[in-house]
Write a protein that binds this ligand. Structure first.
Ligand SMILES: N[C@@H](CCC(=O)N[C@@H](CS)C(=O)NCC(=O)O)C(=O)O
Length: 237
């Protein structure tokens, strides 16, 4: 099992957490996002989306962190991290899809650290050459904004508000140990990297027991898991 990842990437953190919950050994290979290694010809052959993470298992590459976690749970079912109930499984998939759709909000905060400064130092020619390699129009625009037109406070406020809606939805969902079906599993794992960034920088007060008691208790329990420590959600800044 080979995992191409980046230590601070939320999608990579997801897969690392899943691997650690299952106690699986893997060969971790860091892709340096600030040097655009994710857009190199060699990496694009493994993951044509030009993002991390990506894994190779039994010689076959797989991208998309949510899909990768589902694959891991199917191939290594112990401990099970997906609900057995078909309806709960459908809810889990919808939740992960929803969280995936919030990544643009997280990027607005995350790329201010390191990536933006590095891209801002590029000459226009270097920047255009770099951006030409980015496979998706959406990501090209995210790179342009990070490098050339930093997000405004109003845009950051809007992104923060979108992430807080996620926490509000979670407050209504949490039962027992988890977001879906009352059990900890892939929905929780998929959400943890986002909550980590909210806790660390974006809106720490939103996770206080007085603001959202269920989310606060869920987060405390999740961060106390041995797998969480092993997955290494080190400080971003
Ligand atoms: N939906 C993808 C998102 C992957 C993604 O956005 N990865 C980011 C890091 S969290 C990345 O590689 N960014 C670099 C870039 O867009 O150039 C997944 O969940 O795997």
């Amino acid at each position: 099992m080979v995992l191409y990842h980046s230590p601070k990437s939320s999608a990579s953190r997801r897969v690392r957490l899943c691997l650690e919950e299952k106690g699986l050994a893997y060969d971790a290979r860091v892709i340096d996002l600030s040097r655009q290694e994710q857009h190199s010809e060699a990496y694009l052959k493994i993951n044509p989306m030009g993002v991390v993470p990506c894994m190779i298992h039994d010689g076959r590459p797989l991208h998309e962190s949510g899909t990768m976690c589902e694959y891991l749970d199917a191939v290594f079912p112990d401990p099970p991290l997906r609900p057995r109930d078909a309806y709960d499984l459908a809810l889990m998939r919808n939740w992960i899809r929803y969280v995936d759709g919030l990544i643009g909000n997280l990027i607005k905060f995350n790329w201010r650290h390191g990536l933006a400064q590095r891209a801002a130092q590029m000459t226009e020619a270097e920047f255009q050459a770099m951006i030409a390699k980015v496979p998706s129009a959406e990501r090209k625009e995210a790179w342009r904004r990070a490098a050339r037109e930093p997000y405004t406070e109003a845009e950051l406020d809007e992104a923060r508000a979108n992430l807080l809606v996620m926490l509000d939805r979670m407050e209504g969902m949490i039962r027992g140990d988890g977001l879906i079906g009352g059990r900890y599993g892939l929905a929780d794992i998929a959400t943890a990297p986002f909550v980590r960034r909210i806790d660390e920088e974006i809106a720490p007060e939103a996770l206080s027991p007085s603001a959202r008691p269920k989310v606060a208790a869920w987060w405390q329990a999740l961060t106390a898991r041995p797998a969480f420590a092993r997955a290494d959600f080190a400080p971003f800044v």
